[in-house]
Ligand binder design. Structure first.
Ligand code: ZN
Length: 64
């Protein structure tokens, strides 16, 4: 079975380039304004949906 020339390399490369040109969806965090993907936990302040999800660093205490 011949697998040659199903798509030329250029054709595949061009299609992939177009897909990669998608605009990255980023929204500013309502709390700290860090850009993050929507519906994602904020990597900076750890809030999601207006709630504090991750504990902020308080007084240098570490959660084991
Ligand atoms: Zn944030």
């Amino acid at each position: 079975m011949s697998r040659s020339r199903r798509h030329s390399h250029m054709r595949v490369a061009r299609r992939r380039a177009l897909q990669k040109a998608e605009v990255p969806h980023l929204v500013p965090c309502p709390k700290c304004k860090t850009l993050r993907p929507p519906h994602h936990l904020c990597p900076n302040c750890g809030t999601y949906g207006g709630r504090q999800v991750l504990p902020l660093e308080e007084g240098g205490r570490r959660a084991s």
